[in-house]
Each structure stands twice: as C-alpha cells, then as structure tokens.
Write a protein that binds this ligand. Sequence first.
Ligand SMILES: CC(C)[C@H](C(=O)O)[C@@H](O)C(=O)O
Length: 470
Amino acid sequence: MTSPRTLYDKIWDDHVVDVLPDGSSLLYIDRHLVHEVTSPQAFEGLRVAGRKVRHPEKTLAVVDHNVQTSDRSQGIDDPESRTQLEALAENVRDFGIEFYDALDRRQGIVHIIGPEQGFTLPGQTIVCGDSHTSTHGAFGALAHGIGTSEVEHVLATQTLVQKKAKNMRVTVDGTLPPGVSAKDIVLAIIGEIGTAGGTGHVIEYAGEAIRALSMEGRMTICNMSIEGGARAGMVAPDATTYAYVQGRPKAPQGAAFDRARAYWESLVTDAGAHFDREVRLDAANLPPLVSWGTSPEDVISVQGRVPDPSEIADENKRQSKEKALAYMGLTPGTPMTDIRLDRVFIGSCTNGRIEDLRVVAQMVEGRKVHESVSAMVVPGSGLVKAQAEAEGIDRILKAAGFDWREPGCSMCLGMNADRLNPLERCASTSNRNFEGRQGHRGRTHLVSPAMAAAAAVTGRFVDIREWPQA
Ligand SMILES: CC(C)[C@H](C(=O)O)[C@@H](O)C(=O)O
C-alpha cells in the first residue's frame, strides 16, 4: 500500500521524468507563461544555441509589466518599454508562440489571462518567469516562478530541474465576517508566519473559509504565497474550480473535460498525509487589515494603531521596523484610521479580477472620490475590462471620479508610466509594499479592494465593517 500523499506530492509524482544523482528531479512542465520582462535573454539563448521551442502549443506569451494603461492605439511612449514589448513580439514571431499583444482584447496580466483562457488547469505544472505564478495554484496546480535561465530551459525542453519542497498546510476555519475578504486572509497569514515563514515549503490552503471562496478569492490567496516565502500555494480543486474552468477557450471540452475531471477529483490530500508544518487561523476573528510598513508581514487591523518598534526585543528587527516607519512617514501610536491617503490603486494580479471590481463599484456607487485623492482602477485583463463595462461598473467608477484604465500591471510596480510621486501615500490592492515599489520614495499600504474603495471616498482608512449601505 502506498503511504498517504498530499496534493503537492501527487502532482509532483505525476510529473517526475527522471531523478538526478543529487536527489533533484527533472519535472515535466505542462504550461509555460511568458512575459516581456524575463524572457528576452532566454530567447536569445535559444538563438545562440540554434534551438527551437520544444512545445510552442504549451507556451503562451503576453505583455503586461511595461504596457501603458492610457490609450495605446498610437503605440507606447516610453522608449525602454517599447523596446521590451517589441522584443517579445519579435521572439514570439520567430519561435511560433501564441501571443496577446497590447491591442489584443485578451491581453492582460499574465496571471489573470492564464486562468481566464483555461490555459491554467488543475493538476498541471505551470511556470513563468515571475514570482506571482503561485496564483495558478488556486486551481490545484503546482505553479511557481522561475528565473530567466530556467525560462530558457523550459522553452528548449519543456522540463525543469527542481528539488522537492516540504509540505505546509494553512487551514482557515470558520466563516469570514462581512467586509473581510480573501486579501485579509492572506495578509493575516503573512502577518502570522512572516515573510520567511513559508521558505522551502509549498503551502496547501485548506479549511472551510478557503472552500467557501470563489476562484478569484483563491487566486488572491495563492498569489501572495510568495510574499510569505513559499514558492507555491495551492488549493485542492473542487466543484467551484470545475465550474470556473468548464467552457473556457483552452480547457478540455465535452468528453475530454469529463475524463480530465475524473482525474482532477483524485487531486486531494489523503487522510493522514504528512505535513512538515501546520498553521491554523479562524476566519471569524479576522478584521480588515492594512499594512503599515515596507514588508507584507507588517500588517495590523484597521482598528489598530501604528506599532511601536521600541517594544521589539531583537535589535535587528527593531531597527528594520524603525526604518520602515521612517520611510512610511508614520508615528507609533497613530490610529490607522487617522492615516490620510493621496492615491488609491485598484488592480494587479492580486486584486484586478472582475469580483474585485464588483466590490469596489458596490462600495462607491453614488459616492465621490475624496477631493484630496487621485484614484485609479486598472482591470487585470481586456476581458475583465469588457465584462466590467458590460455590467456598468466603469460608469459607476467614472461617475465617482475614478480613472478607468487599460489593463496591465500598472502601479503595482514602477515598470511603466503609472507611479507614485515621492512621499505620496497610496492605498493599494497590490502585493508588495517594498521601498520604491510603486515609485521612488512612494508609500504603499496594502489593503483589500473594499478597503481601497472606502479609502478613495473618505481620503483615509476606515473600518468598512461600518460602511453604510448605499
Ligand atoms: C518582473 C518580475 C520578475 C517580478 C516578479 O517576478 O515578481 C514582478 O512581477 C514583481 O511582481 O515584482
């Protein structure tokens, strides 16, 4: 009898091509997503070596980090960004890879378009030269970021050398209170385990609160696994997953779907399987969270106060948190609800999906963006944008004074024209609050879409559990 296995063990075992002398394995890769930032040298390497892409049909390319989110019918203004976009266009042409360019309506953030197209499926190994590839684990796939030399390896061979990680399970019991969302769950997890807490592990998210989430919510959680130090995060597929996948352009259809589903249903952790680390959280106790520092672990309840680093015993940690507060321009003891915002950014591979935009529209309908705030909404993909427009979400947001943009990574990171000015303070639905992440000396507070929407209207953080219904 085989010993009980985790979901991660099962997907791993199903993809091992060979075990190498040093104990690492050669894994078969089912899906390879490519964007403009981490692929140019990889394609160049293939050219130099005279190699082809082994499986162009298992590779999908899109531009996202460098695209402008204003009108792009006249091309991209910034010369550096233009060079990156043109390089990818040339590479996909030369190597015969399917590509969504800046004008394609399917274009969007790589981690949003994969699921949307049904390119991302349960049970797969999925890689991309991007740390937030962990997003795709929401489908019960083993998905993680790789470096550019690995991108070249996967392009050339459709395989990747990997060492198996340890198993970690994060169980979120109970029911989320109104106003508290998947983003708060994942911020709470990172706040609890720290940014190194998942190092060397693949996290499986389980429990009633995870099961109750939509695919969008599960993607938000898996997306930020990397911020908790884990390479990958995953949720076992279930009826919610199959309903999302069925009928998508690249998903198996008809009898092939039924056969695939029969296999997917086996992708659950067996009773008694071993986890190297277990963490438990109760969803019912979670408040809306706000980050106060320059690391995603620096989170506190919206009802809390800016923490006082002088209370930290460890000197290195104390100094680093003092530095974070100085960077953020915050004084210990300040109520989080006294913090005033200059900018609001709603979007990114963490929270740029239709469900996120629906929540924002619902919060701000009939209200106005605060006079001291400039707020932008950047749909995660052209299809998210089209769906939002079909539902009238764009009209609600524009009437409230939001800037409604074209899809891309936008102000999640300063790789395009959307940036904070020095010292500007931003409520952001993105995933990283590192120094300079959203622009030189910009100050980022990570929050959920609902919290960002309320901050846009009031100009400060508010406890959305008390938000009056329109
Ligand atoms: C550009 C890319 C290498 C980077 C990553 O891998 O994370 C980016 O997507 C980010 O979010 O910082």
